[in-house]
Design a protein around this ligand. Structure first.
Ligand code: CAA
Length: 293
């Protein structure tokens, strides 16, 4: 029996073509997952052809790696590569029934991206956002059909992290929620339905850990002391390694969003902003030990 509150699988729409907006690392990673698991055409777009080509090239490289590792056969590799195309023409999204974005984490940018793509797609097509901490309801505020918008938050590295946070807004309808849950299962991911609150569940917790680690540095504890102190926790990565994985800009943005929402509970980090603005990562010695700024 379906648990109370769980969406009825029967309501899920069939996904026959996926549109991906954004061709950065996160978007390219999940574009690969969609094509690999759903085996449907996946079309990727970004601001210009160069970015699009880079995203498509990343996916082709990853398909080659899967082939070399023996995870897929040559025929599968050829089929998957043929299913992935890049475009700068939104009209190529017209027949997509699932469109997901991972563009820059700025509310206005995401609102405009969806309002724009909505002109090209059918009113039933699902729109999904991979936002990590913005309000999904606000992202959909310029949509004609906000009921087809859902949060669909992947974690880095997408291929290995087992969770997707499915974010329901007050407007999200049952068909959309059900399509999101069924799609997550087809991607072999565990999906949890979360409330539309800053950071949802996972980033709320991570922001605490990463924010405290950076705050320790900002208030005078050396990077190496903080890092070595966190190793015995048994987590797969230290807070600074995790920040490097998700990207310092993304990390700084996540901390800012939490600080804005809960100023008495979350820190902004001056050092993290400084490093992110300089496009730097942490310096590490030959053994991978952090040296600080
Ligand atoms: N990209 C793609 N695949 C990667 C990868 C990466 N950056 N890093 C590792 N992998 C893959 C490897 O290729 C390997 O796959 P195969 O089994 O197919 O060969 C698999 O992951 C395991 O890798 P390793 O054995 O080399 O490494 P490991 O056992 O040390 O695990 C890890 C690596 C899975 C990344 C592990 O360190 C881990 O779980 N780290 C924590 C990651 C995490 O917490 N992510 C959430 C970040 S928060 C976020 O993303 C949300 C946000 O909005 C900011």
């Amino acid at each position: 029996k379906r648990p109370a509150g769980a969406p009825d699988k029967e309501l899920a729409r069939k996904v026959t073509k996926v549109g991906v907006i954004g061709a950065g690392l996160m978007a390219s990673q999940f574009a690969l997952l969609f094509v690999r698991r759903l085996k449907v055409p996946v079309v990727i777009t970004d601001l210009d052809q160069e970015r699009v080509d880079k995203g498509v090239a990343y996916i082709h490289d990853e398909i080659q790696k899967l082939l070399e590792k023996g995870r897929i056969k040559q025929d599968d590799a050829n089929q998957l590569q043929a299913l992935v195309t890049g475009t700068t023409n939104k009209a190529d999204f017209a027949d997509c029934d699932w469109v997901i974005e991972a563009v820059f984490e700025e509310l206005g940018v995401k609102q405009d991206v969806f309002a724009d793509v909505e002109q090209y797609i059918s009113p039933e097509a699902v729109l999904a956002t991979n936002t990590s901490s913005l309000s999904v309801e606000q992202i959909g505020s310029k949509l004609k059909h906000p009921e087809r918008l859902v949060g669909f938050h992947f974690f880095n590295p997408v291929a290995v992290m087992p969770l997707i946070e499915v974010v329901k807004t007050p407007a999200t309808n049952d068909e959309t929620l059900s399509t999101a849950m069924v799609t997550a299962a087809k991607l072999y991911k565990n999906a949890v339905i979360t409330r539309d609150t800053p950071g949802f569940v996972v980033n709320r917790i991570l922001a605490k850990v990463l924010g405290e680690a950076m705050h320790a540095v900002d208030t005078g504890t050396p990077f190496e002391v903080v890092e070595e102190s966190t190793r015995p926790f048994g987590l797969p990565m230290t807070p600074f390694e995790l920040l490097e994985l998700v990207g310092l800009k993304v990390g700084a943005h996540v901390l800012d969003t939490h600080h804005a929402a809960f100023p008495d509970r979350f820190f902004e980090s001056t050092n993290l902003h400084k490093l992110a603005d300089l496009g730097r990562i942490f310096e590490r010695d030959a053994k991978g030990r952090i040296k600080g700024i």
